[in-house]
Write a protein that binds this ligand. Sequence first.
Ligand code: C2E
Ligand code: CA
Ligand code: CA
Length: 536
Amino acid sequence: MSGPIDEIKKERERFVAFAFAAAEIFFELNDKGKIVFEGGAAERIGSTSESLIGEQLIDQIDEEDRDVFRALQQHLAHKGRIGPIPLRFKSSSGRSIALRLFALQMPGEDSHTFLALRAAPLGGAGGVDIATDPETGLMQRETFMEMATRTMKENPAGNNLYMTAIEVEGIEDAKKKFGPKYMRHLLKQVAAHLKTLSVDGEIAGQIDEKHFAFLHRAKSDGSQLGSSLKKVDENVQLKTAYSTMASDLTEGSEDQILRTLSYVLNQFCKDPKSVSFENLSVAYEDMVTEAQRRVVQIRHMIESGSFKMAFQPVVSLSTNEVHHNEVLSRFDDRMGDSSTLDVIRFAEDVGIIEEFDIALCHKAIDYVRKMKKLGTPLTLGINISGRTLDSGRFTDNLIKELTAGNDVSRHILLELTETAAIENLERVEAILNDLKANGYRICLDDFGVGAAGYQYLRAFNVDFVKIDGSYVDDMNSPGYRPTFLLSIVRLCNDLGVKTIGEHVENRFQADFLRSLGVDFAQGYHYGKPDYSPRTE
Ligand code: C2E
Ligand code: CA
Ligand code: CA
């Protein structure tokens, strides 16, 4: 007695044996997606506890996750097996239950699908809740890089692991043509395919609007994703470019992997065609070479003084008069198209920010002197990295530079940025006190972002606190409550410290800050950074 029915039975037996080892619930579906067999604790699924035989499996899946299941069905035909992938199912309690799904399709004419489901959390995520976009289920850039790094580091030697970065062209167009709702629908489809192919159905992220990345086990998954995305929508032709590289930095430190991923993804977002690394070690070598080139460039720029100062007014909220101008550095074309923040962060990362800070002090002091001579005195706020005050090698040079500027110290405010780098509070406190005795005024920058802000406020005898711009940005969101701002302002008032609000872009924000008792404001509402300072 042998025929197709027997074959299926054998397959089922194999599957049931496999499923028992790992799964709590299992289903067999026919080629139309209908449930033909159920086993284990199948009664946990479905809106009643009745048998599900004869029902469509997709109807038992939470509406939110149906796209993922559809994508899975497509890829299953190629791959034979997929999973585990997190999927939410309907249950008779009305609440959906989150399960890990493992799908298997035997090769052959009869394309029955076998599904094994289990509730246990995956090891990969370490059981911790990871931040994902509630709508697409994709991780955001930073989370993705962190999770990818961890997965790469823990990947056993000999186990294939790849990362693919992918650019999807057409999502923005869909928004213009069919509206934001349609775009979100499309985005969910893209996300569904990404999750289906990714390791554990989880290591997939959205890097920015049109860039995505995911980890996977088979080298060909990248091209497969590309071709399946082309078919996602009839109305919108999604065009893709992608780049796949093998994970081979397992011997490196987590930091090394993380930096390499960040480098690769940045490059890819700028120009997908420029990224063609066979594996991450090659990308790492490339990053190191590029970093050396940049260090040489920045050093040269520092030595030749060929960077520029832009000025942005800081205005009194009570009199509307300009109190001082913050100096924001600008770099010329030789630095490529990197923004100020890029260059500064890089300089901080590789440890050349100290030399830059000292060069800027020199330039700013010169400028203040020159303006004084011209009969148009002004006050400047200059950014100094906490690192420069705390690193033995450069502190002396900074103090020398500032001491030489004592004649104009009353016209200079030192904004302490990147305070995370400060280790020796007492030493920095002593330096700041000396500088203050010489007439310099001190401002704590970006207050409210790092956890240590309050600690610095207590330890250092500062004159101003600049509240981080994110608190002002937040004012525009619905349901905004100024609890935190109020407590900063009260504390500063008690300590006799003046407060500055930055990123003030409209009148509403200015009025709000004034009503809270903030003393000064800075932002596009008063003036963008400009090469000539506003003094009146
Ligand atoms: P920061 O000190 O927080 O400077 C404020 C940043 O916000 C500036 O960006 C400025 O252009 C921007 N900004 C000004 N008004 C508004 C507004 O109304 N809305 C919004 N959204 N943004 C506004 P920029 O010039 O790109 O500088 C970025 C960061 O780079 C600065 O942040 C500072 O941390 C650092 N930086 C800039 N110049 C220097 C420097 O000479 N030395 C050091 N150590 N750091 C610098
Ligand atoms: Ca600043
Ligand atoms: Ca800031």
